[in-house]
Design a protein around this ligand. Structure first.
Ligand code: TMP
Ligand code: ASP
Length: 235
């Protein structure tokens, strides 16, 4: 497969065309941003970690029937993906309270919810990704009723599968953000699943093993991405 021109560059990834119109190459960068790009930095080895972790988790999910845009790993920092049309909605699933939910509702961190909370955010940096409900998504013609139902259902199933997996490596999946895309009439899981897009706490100690170490200057950022890569894929 030939790599074509750069199609899109985001904060953490670059997409390249290929000679097959159905396929793209997704390259993971070491660049890190937080708080809508206000905080900027570089996390050496993040590209390798997030590509390796995402590829592993997409394959794990596929074994349980979750279809994604993932085709194959191409290199340390690149994967081949299906050329999906991203639905501009960030689906967040929360198992334990932390982050923006604690701020919004004035509750303390670390409360385990009786069932996962599903939230939708409009993926628009200029508007700071506002929270929205299913009626907004339908009313603003961002997605159809079946697509919305599909995103919610798949997100909950993905959360269940990943919770089981992370429990097995002594990590609690606190929350995660998913994105979906349209491809030949189907809604597929897209984007990435990594320490950038999930929150992981070590069981027993509640040590944070994700991008919160960068967001809140907790130290050991590079070491933590490497550690999560090793914990997930094994040595
Ligand atoms: P939040 O508590 O800051 O709203 O984050 C919820 C989840 O979404 C958490 O796992 C981190 C992830 N996330 C992203 O993937 N991208 C983002 O831009 C933000 C703000 C959060
Ligand atoms: N990626 C987001 C940004 O830079 C924020 C985050 O992950 O906290 O805006």
């Amino acid at each position: 497969m030939e790599k074509g021109k750069r199609l899109y560059e985001g904060k953490a990834k670059i997409l390249f065309e290929t000679n097959d119109p159905d396929l793209l190459i997704q390259r993971f960068k070491d660049d890190a941003t937080a708080f809508d790009g206000i905080k900027k930095g570089t996390i050496i080895g993040k590209g390798i970690a997030n590509n390796t972790i995402s590829a592993y988790l997409f394959e794990l999910l596929a074994k349980d029937g979750i279809k994604s845009h993932f085709e194959k790993k191409l290199s340390d920092i690149e994967m081949v993906i299906k050329n999906v049309e991203i639905i501009p909605v960030e689906v967040v699933i929360r198992n334990v309270s932390t982050g923006s939910l604690c701020k919004r509702y004035g509750i303390k961190e670390g409360i385990a919810f009786k069932k996962p909370i599903v939230e939708f955010y409009y993926k628009d940096d200029a508007l700071h990704d506002p929270l929205m409900n299913e009626d907004h998504i339908f009313g603003l013609e961002i997605a159809g009723t079946e697509e919305i139902a599909e995103m919610r259902q798949q997100a909950l199933k993905i959360n269940e599968i990943l919770q089981r997996f992370f429990n097995s490596i002594d990590v609690t999946l606190i929350d995660l953000k998913l994105e979906f895309g349209r491809f030949k009439g189907k809604v597929l899981l897209a984007d990435e699943i990594s320490p950038d897009t999930c929150r992981f706490w070590e069981k027993g100690t509640n040590r944070k093993l994700d991008k919160d170490r960068f967001r809140h200057d907790l130290g050991d950022v590079e070491k933590t991405y490497k550690e999560m890569m090793k914990r997930i894929v094994g040595d």
